[in-house]
Design a protein around this ligand. Structure first.
Ligand code: NAD
Length: 348
């Protein structure tokens, strides 16, 4: 029996990526929809064979409590709404699979974790890269010490965002600009690939004062993370550069590169190292991979086994602690130290 999910919010990620992923999943299925646009929701319901009685409005979201076929929710709303809908879902007795960024503040992340713990429901944040095959291959190389000692991580995640009126450009809805939206991929990759947590953060933000898109949010962010072993991450992210998504992880014996990294498909992995005393660069072609189905199946299997997800709420909370430190450093013009998390960030 596949685990039944409500899809909450029918925007681009839900409609273009996650609903098709549900259709391919062996462990999860969509059993209900929550949307403010009934016509759109009914059309999607027909397409996916969901009965009309299982299409809810945001106002009657809490009636999900009585919808037994729905065991979990997938939240794909603007960032500022993640906390409210996570808490409401937990109170309605549902497990929560929530899009990144987890929320707009550390305080909201904590409320979400507490609400799910109190209701004894699972909470997973949709860090799809952590389920993606090339990222997993790098993690395996790091753990087998194939890169030697990790020295540096360099990464960029930029996209040129158009419409100034979209929620992504409103601070109250988005929480910030490119940092929580796309820069978070660089930050999260530096953390999960190294397995370390940053102890010092340097941040810098910039916005063109004449560009109407950046009245409330940063246009670009640069940040440096220092980790206990001496490993560092140097990252940039912007809403004004054309689709640059890459990472390079440099160790004492080898480097690995994903270019593109972070994209929905077409990720390419290269490895540079000495082979017989000569510098060699090799492209490693992995089988094409379905990261949306992988993360969804993981959540569904955790629900079935009542097991803590690999990317639980604590993983989202820790990213939010770093994001707050980056903004603080940018505001104050000085490095900010960060205490190690007092909780375990990752599940098995
Ligand atoms: P979107 O704008 O396409 O969709 C947002 C949905 O929320 C729309 O259906 C909209 O109608 C609804 N909504 C409800 N209340 C709203 C309000 N007050 N203002 C604006 N919209 C409102 O956005 P999206 O790109 O689908 O992003 C949704 C979430 O998914 C975000 O948290 C985003 O960070 C995340 N996301 C994740 C990925 C990924 O690869 N994991 C990719 C894109 C987006």
């Amino acid at each position: 029996e596949r685990v039944g999910f409500a899809v909450v919010g029918l925007g681009r990620i839900a409609v273009n990526e996650m609903l098709p992923a549900f259709a391919r999943s062996k462990h999860a299925r969509v059993t209900s929809l929550v949307s403010g646009d009934r016509d759109k929701a009914l059309k999607i319901a027909r397409q996916y064979g969901i009965p009309e009685q299982a299409v809810f409005d945001y106002r009657d979201h809490d009636r999900l409590a009585d919808h037994k076929a729905t065991q979990a929710v997938y939240i794909a709303l603007p960032n500022s709404m993640h906390a409210e809908y996570t808490v409401r879902a937990a109170q309605a007795g549902k497990h929560v699979f929530c899009e990144k960024p987890m929320a707009n503040s550390v305080a909201e992340c904590q409320q979400m974790i507490d609400a799910c713990a109190k209701a004894q429901r699972l909470l997973m944040i949709a860090y799809r890269s952590q389920y993606e095959a090339n990222d997993r291959a790098i993690l395996k190389m790091v753990r087998a010490r194939r890169l030697g000692t990790l020295r540096e991580f360099i990464s960029s995640n930029c996209q040129n965002q158009g419409d100034p009126d979209q929620w992504r450009h409103k601070k109250a809805l988005a929480g910030g600009g490119p940092l929580p939206d796309v820069g978070i991929y660089c930050l999260n990759a530096a953390r999960f690939l190294s397995g370390e947590e940053p102890v010092e953060v340097i941040g810098h933000t910039w916005a063109n004062p004449n560009d109407p898109r950046f009245r409330e949010i940063e246009e670009a962010v640069h940040f440096i993370l220092r980790f206990p072993s001496g490993f560092t991450a140097t990252c940039t992210s912007s809403y004004s550069g054309h689709n640059a998504k890459f990472l390079r992880l440099i160790g004492s014996e080898a480097w690995v590169e994903l270019d593109p990294a972070y994209s929905y498909s077409g990720i390419r992995l290269r490895v540079g190292r000495l082979v017989d005393g000569k510098d060699s660069v090799q492209e490693i072609a992995l089988e094409s991979d379905d990261q949306f189905v992988k993360e969804l199946d993981h959540m569904a299997q955790c629900v079935k086994a009542n097991r803590r997800p690999h990317t639980p709420g604590e993983e989202g909370l820790q990213d939010m602690r770093v994001i707050e430190a980056i903004y603080q450093s940018a505001r104050e013009g000085r490095p900010v130290t960060l205490a190690p998390p007092a909780f375990s960030v990752r599940g098995p």
